[in-house]
Every structure is written in structure tokens, then in C-alpha cells.
Design a protein around this ligand. Structure first.
Ligand code: URQ
Ligand code: ZN
Ligand code: ZN
Length: 480
């Protein structure tokens, strides 16, 4: 079955061209003006619209067991919601409990993700260290298509790892040609501040941002960047939320260090005043880490995207409904951390980024799709409109509008951090594996149609870093 997307303007990371796109067998087979529709082909009229690579969200947590509950979004509902918003692939997280097997956790998550209706892949978290972890990281890269390992510097007494464990794990990543990624908040400082504010009688959601000021994020970002430099490893910092972490990333990049930075759509637009809202449920619904910040941080993050010091946008889609958030009534440290957005990221970025002139359309494609594909080594299979690429495509109507609301979104959560936001620029069609899965505001997905996407390690990056390390390696003094 062929699909011809006709009459649109193809926008990629580096091009804007009037072209048709022909897809057959789940792949793009031709891109060019005035393509013929093969007999029996389905035709999508993309006149006046943009034809772009489907979005890649490199940071989601579907069905995550966390803080005594399980995230409300499943791999099926979450990937369906992603498709409705123009995102055609997610990279989720396998998060083993400390002292448990990474491989068996990987198998568990693979089982949960079988129901996905769009393509997906997994980062695997290193939540403890031992020879077993070292060995299993090797199996995961050699046999399971994993090329990135996550490290949480926050969440003390849960999944937090210490500096020595990151030094070991990052060194192992370099041996394997895998990329360490990091949640950078100083977990000891957060824990200390949490106890301090609880003792002061601050038990509501307003305590959350107080216990996670930008300084504890900036310190951790800087520390982990230095750790990576010590072992000649690249590093990817997830959800940079503040000036302090952005400055750490920028400083390192200016110093020629291979550091990548991600920013969440939420951190670009949501203000920290939400935590001081009169309504407990409203404030608690915004509890996620790092917390939403004040205006100056948001403005800096936009500059981080514009300057290229931040390369990817994500959502950290990790949903908890009001009854789950209420587990933290009387103690904000027990409010399950996480908010949604997988359906809204592309529309929010277009409306607040492209329509305001902050981002060109090409930069929009870079930060919503292509950069993530390249950093996580699945380009040009993903993140491209090119012959041979997967036919994961979004037909974007720049004049289309939508008002975001939990009442109408496809996400399985009773709250939306972008509630009421008026989008201009929305998908008219989403194509996954060459099939129209979203059109006319309606989803047409198949449970289990999503595929697990292997991500090979990237020798080129590590060859370069090994050469650099050899150049810089000190030599023993020859004493006669
Ligand atoms: O920290 C994360 O990325 C996970 C546990 C989702 N929750 C959050 O608050 N960001
Ligand atoms: Zn995180
Ligand atoms: Zn996360």
C-alpha cells in the first residue's frame, strides 16, 4: 500500500522545498515535485502545509512505577497521544530498582511496551553499581540495541547514584561506545532542604520548588560535566530547567567538551507561580523535578535553544492523576513527581517558538526530531524526510488551531500543564510507518503496531574521544 503526500512544502533540519513525498512499505521511497501516485495509492493533500519528520520525544515515562504508585499513561495511550500531537517516536526509560538486574528490568519494560502503537526505544538507568551492572551494560549494548544509560543524581534513598558510581558507569559507557544521560539535581541538598521546610511547617506543594532551587541543579550539572571530562565521556543532561544548568552546559561546550542539553516544553512556558496557587490539587499537579521556574530562567532556556547550546526538546511525560498526587497531602515530598505533555510538545514549540520568530522552521525540526535522532544514533532512519527513511511524517497546518485542555486531550491524565493555551500550528495528519494514524482530529491506531527501535552505539564519537584522551594522556617520567 502506497501513500502519496502531495502539494506540501517539505521542511527538514536544513531545507525548505516544495516537494511531494511517496511512501511504500513503511519507508519513504521518493521526494520531489509532481510525483505520480501509483495505482491504489492513498493520497494526502498537503497543499499550504508543511511536511516534516515526525517528532521524537527522547524523554517519557509511560506506566512508570514511581513513589509508591504507577504513572497513569500506558504505552498504548501515551503513544496514541504522541501521534495526535505529531510525535511519531518516544524514547522511554527502563528504571531497575537498585540491586536488581538491568536485563530483567529491560525485559519487563519491553513487555509493557508491546502495546505501543508508535515506535519506541529505551534508555536504561544505572541505579546501582557492581560487576553485574558492568556486565549487563555490555549485553544491553551488544545484544539489545541500547546505546544510552541514565543516571539520577536526585531521589535519595530511591534511585539516586553517587559520584563514584557515575565514574564507574561513565567509564563503562566509554568502553562500550554508549552515551550517559543524567538527571542533574544534588539529591543530598534536596533531601536536606525537604526536611528543613517540613520542619518549618511548609508541607504543601509550595515546598517542592523551595527544596529544589536552581542552585542545586546547577551544582549537579557542573559536577557531572566534570566527572564526564575526567573519564573522557560525552554526557547528555536531561531537562535543563534553569540558568545555572544551562551555564554549566554552555561553559563545557565552549570548552570543546561533548555535552548535550535537553529542555522540556513545560520548562519553556510554565511559571513557578503555579506552586503558590490557592488550590492544592492545581499546585500539586505541577509537581515535577526539576520544578518549573521563574521568567528569567525560561527566557534563558529559549536562548539556549536558539544558540544551539540546548539541542533537544522533550516532555518527561510522567503522569499522575489527582488521587495519586493526593498521596502527598500534608507532605509535599510524597507527591508523585511528574507531569504530562507528549501530545502538546510540538504545538507548543511551534506556537511559542516559530510563530514568535525565536525558531526558524528548520530549527523547529532540529529540536523536535532530527537532533534527538542524531544524538541517539537513529538518523537518518528517523528524523529525516529522505529516501530510505522510515515514513514517520507529520503534515503540519500552520493555520490550524487548538485550545489545549484536559477535557479534550488524548493523554490519560486528568490535568494538563498547558490548560487553556491556544495553539496556532497543529498536525493535520500524522503518518507512522507509512500509514495515516491521525487525521481530521481522529486517531486510527493499532495496539501493538509500534516497534522497538534498536539504537547502535556510536563508534565515531568514541574513536574521536579516545584519540583525544590518548593525546592528553600523561606519560610516566622516565628516570635514569
Ligand atoms: O525525574 C524524572 O525524570 C522522572 C522520575 C519523572 N518525574 C519528574 O518529576 N521529572
Ligand atoms: Zn528526571
Ligand atoms: Zn524523566
Amino acid at each position: 500500500m502506497s501513500l502519496l503526500i502531495r502539494g506540501g512544502t517539505v521542511v527538514t533540519a536544513d531545507q525548505v522545498q516544495r516537494a511531494d513525498v511517496l511512501c511504500t512499505g513503511g519507508a519513504i521511497v521518493a521526494v520531489g515535485p509532481k510525483l505520480e501516485a501509483p495505482a491504489g495509492a492513498k493520497v494526502v493533500d498537503a497543499g499550504g502545509q508543511y511536511v516534516m519528520p515526525g517528532g521524537i520525544d527522547p524523554h517519557t515515562h509511560m506506566e512508570l512505577p514511581f513513589m509508591g504508585t504507577v504513572a497513569s499513561e500506558s504505552f498504548l495511550s501515551g503513544t496514541a497521544a504522541a501521534l495526535a500531537g505529531g510525535t511519531t517516536m518516544i524514547i522511554d526509560f527502563v528504571i531497575p530498582a537498585p540491586n536488581t538486574s538491568l536485563l530483567s528490568a529491560y525485559d519487563t519494560w519491553r513487555g509493557w511496551a508491546k502495546k505501543a502503537c508508535a515506535d519506541y526505544s529505551f534508555h536504561v538507568a544505572v541505579t546501582w553499581w557492581s560487576d553485574q551492572v558492568r556486565e549487563e551494560m555490555g549485553v544491553l549494548t551488544r545484544e539489545k540495541g541500547v546505546n544510552s544509560f541514565k543516571h539520577f543524581m536526585a531521589y535519595k534513598n530511591a534511585i539516586m547514584v553517587a559520584d563514584d558510581q557515575m565514574l564507574e558507569s561513565f567509564s563503562r559507557c566509554v568502553e562500550l561506545g554508549a552515551l550517559p544521560t543524567v538527571h542533574a539535581e544534588n539529591g543530598e541538598a534536596v533531601y536536606f532542604l525537604q526536611q528543613k521546610y517540613l520542619k518549618m511547617g511548609i508541607t504543601g506543594p509550595e515546598g517542592h520548588p523551595l527544596s529544589r532551587p536552581p542552585e542545586v541543579e546547577g551544582e549537579a550539572a557542573n559536577r557531572v560535566i566534570k566527572i564526564a571530562a575526567l573519564v573522557n565521556s560525552p554526557v547528555y543532561i536531561v531537562h535543563n530547567s534553569c540558568i545555572q544548568s544551562l551555564e554549566a552546559v554552555t561553559r563545557a561546550r565552549l570548552d570543546g567538551q561533548r555535552v548535550y542539553g535537553e529542555v522540556l516544553a513545560g520548562h519553556l512556558v510554565v511559571d513557578d507561580s503555579v506552586y503558590r496557587h490557592q488550590d492544592w490539587d492545581f499546585a500539586a499537579a505541577h509537581v515535577m523535578s526539576p520544578p518549573f521556574r521563574s521568567r528569567e530562567h525560561r527566557e534563558a532556556l529559549w536562548k539556549g535553544l536558539q544558540s544551539g547550546n540546548l539541542q533537544t526538546t522533550a516532555t518527561d511525560h510522567c503522569c499522575f492523576c489527582a488521587p495519586q498526587k493526593a498521596m502527598g497531602k500534608g507532605d509535599f515530598t510524597r507527591i508523585p513527581n511528574g507531569t504530562g505533555g507528549v501530545e502538546d510538545r510540538m504545538g507548543v514549540l511551534w506556537t511559542t517558538g516559530v510563530n514568535t520568530g525565536k525558531l526558524t522552521m528548520n530549527e523547529f525540526v532540529k529540536v523536535t526530531s532530527t537532533n534527538a535522532a542524531q544524538i541517539f544514533n537513529i538518523y537518518p532512519r528517523k528524523g529525516a524526510i529522505a529516501v530510505g527513511a522510515d515514513a514517520d511524517i507529520v503534515v503540519w497546518d500552520p493555520k490550524g488551531t487548538r485550545t489545549i485542555s484536559a477535557k479534550t486531550h488524548n493523554q490519560n491524565v486528568d490535568f494538563n500543564i498547558f490548560e487553556g493555551m491556544r495553539l496556532t500550528g497543529v498536525p493535520s495528519h500524522t503518518i507512522s510507518q507509512g500509514k495515516v494514524v491521525y487525521a481530521g482530529g481522529k486517531l486510527d491506531v493499532v495496539e501493538g503496531a509500534g516497534r522497538y527501535i534498536d539504537r547502535p552505539t556510536f563508534p565515531a564519537v568514541y574513536e574521536a574521544m579516545k584519540k583525544l584522551a590518548e593525546q592528553r594522556a600523561p606519560k610516566p617520567v622516565a628516570r635514569h
